[in-house]
Design a protein around this ligand. Structure first.
Ligand code: SF4
Ligand code: SF4
Length: 503
């Protein structure tokens, strides 16, 4: 029996969950246009395998990694989320704070929502792990908790033996309730997904579903549906409990070291909605074409959860829930780890778990100078020094930021939440990480160029030295010997030419 403990640091922010968790999940509307970015996951982007003007069916693969196969690469295919015609393959605005554009496939829907032939693996337990894993890879499933890491990669562990499967139903970010509603309404599908994951992982001896103790209905629903080998555990409500490292520590007492993968200690963590997507892919033959999104905030008339087709423009789902006056900001994700978007034209993608339409009274006031109060240090679950990292970020002292372990920061936002000066600390950390990564990339490129140049110079000098040495040797030999050497060289050249002609 698992006895969860608390982790060090963390916070208890206002939940705002009752805004959207009171009503059942509703089907999102079929939009006239679907905008499907070629990159909706962590890893390599996909390439289109359809052309403009082509008719497509719901569930049809329209983009693959390398245009062929994503099974052995950190990537995952993209499917048409409804039937219709491809009308463009072009850059469109995608969900990103900068509002940047990226290649997308645009489908004009035909209103029929017609599926391609679905091919479930009904008797999956008779099939090998690889067959089921490849089926999951082709279904385009990624971590639906918001991370977007391809699920089939987390199911491939040639170098590690996995004995513990953790299903993450924590959903600790304020406002977000899509996992809560899913656990209450479809616990059987989650349990069925767990059975499939356990089959693919092979030797799993223990499976724990973790649910925060502020989701009593979800906990009871899972408890009733749970089968042998599956333990449902309530964990304390504390942010960022849903982070993989914190959850593992709370459930098993094991701490992950710097850059250590959960798999290296025999553990794999999957989100509850990801687990449901695995069930749908294997038992129903349905690839990932939709996800549950929480539409909430004080500027939304009827906050709720919608099952939305991927690629649906955000304004369609927002309008379905109704807008109030006084809209101040649109945030994708939660208020802790999410980011503000410049407009609502962008599509819902695989990692969109929540849209918050907030009013001015929900937003933090303007940023003020750091007063070195140390509040951020108290709450950091990773034991970092957030204010030091902030100072180094401001000074662009990337080396010091690295020395102070900026790459261990999980970007949970606890420090920014308690900061009395309302400094957007996480934005500074993301900036520093991006700069360090970019510098590293440039450094590596420069190193390669330098090594190539050095080798070329060395080769030229060596060839020159050899030539000079041969020349010097020739000076010392007699005229007869010189003629013999020249004759031998001519003979070798002729033989070489003759052999080349024959071949
Ligand atoms: S909580 Fe904010 S004001 Fe206080 S030390 Fe940290 S960054 Fe500075
Ligand atoms: S420094 Fe990073 S890990 Fe620590 S509280 Fe801030 S965001 Fe979270």
């Amino acid at each position: 029996m698992t006895q969860p403990c608390l982790f060090q640091g963390g916070i208890k922010p206002d939940e705002h969950k009752s805004l959207s968790n009171q009503t059942p999940i509703v089907q999102g509307k079929l939009p006239p246009l679907l905008i499907l970015p070629l990159l909706q996951h962590i890893g390599a982007p996909t390439e289109p395998i359809v052309k403009v003007g082509e008719q497509v069916l719901k569930g049809q693969i329209i983009a693959h990694c390398n245009g062929k196969d994503c099974r052995f690469i950190i990537s995952t295919p993209i499917h048409a989320s409804s039937s219709g015609t491809v009308i463009a393959i072009e850059p469109r605005a995608v969900p990103h704070p900068s509002g940047l554009t990226a290649p997308c496939i645009v489908i004009k829907t035909d209103g029929q929502d017609k599926w391609i032939e679905r091919l479930p693996l009904t008797h999956y337990s008779d099939l090998t792990h690889d067959v089921v894993r490849n089926h999951i890879a082709n279904a385009g499933i990624v971590g639906l908790g918001g991370a977007g890491f391809p699920t089939h990669i987390k199911l491939t562990h040639d170098s590690y033996f996995i004995d513990t499967l953790i299903i993450n139903g924590v959903e600790c970010e304020p406002y977000i309730t899509c996992n809560d509603r899913l656990m209450r309404e479809h616990p059987d599908e989650i349990i069925a997904g767990i059975q499939i994951l356990m089959h693919v992982l092979g030797g799993v001896k223990r499976c724990v579903i973790a649910v925060e103790d502020n989701k009593q209905e979800a906990y009871l629903a899972l408890l009733e549906a749970a089968k042998e080998q599956v333990e449902v555990v309530q964990v304390p409500t504390q942010y960022p409990m849903g982070d993989e490292c914190q959850l593992i520590q709370v459930l098993t007492g094991k701490e992950l070291g710097h850059n250590q993968l959960p798999a290296s200690i025999g553990i794999v963590v999957h989100n509850v909605e990801t687990t449901r997507a695995v069930y749908r892919a294997v038992q129903l033959g349905q690839p990932l074409v939709s996800r549950i999104v929480t539409i909430t905030g004080n500027a939304i008339e009827k906050p709720q959860n919608l099952e939305v087709l991927l690629g649906t423009p955000m304004h369609i789902v927002i309008d379905q829930c109704g807008r109030q006056d006084g809209i101040e900001r649109l945030i994708m994700g939660g208020p802790m780890m999410g980011f503000a978007l410049p407009n609502d034209e962008m599509p819902i993608i695989k990692t969109t778990n929540c849209l918050i339409l907030s009013r001015a009274d929900e937003l933090p006031p303007l940023q003020m100078p750091c007063i070195r109060c140390g509040a951020c240090v108290q709450v950091c679950p990773i034991n970092l020094l957030p204010q030091q990292l902030y100072w180094y970020a401001k000074a662009k002292d990337f080396k010091k930021a690295k020395d102070y372990h900026i790459f261990d920061c999980i970007e949970c936002g606890s420090c920014a939440y308690v900061c009395p000066s309302h400094i957007p600390l996480v934005a500074y950390y993301r900036y520093v990480k991006a700069e360090i990564r970019a510098n590293l990339h440039e450094h590596k490129k420069a190193e390669i160029v330098k090594r190539r140049y050095e080798f070329r110079t060395f080769r030229m000098k060596r060839d020159q030295a050899e030539k000079e040495a041969r020349f010097e040797r020739l000076k010392t030999v007699s005229k007869v010997d010189k003629e013999a050497i020249i004759k031998a060289a001519v003979k070798r050249a002729k033989e070489l030419k003759f052999n080349n002609t024959r071949n």
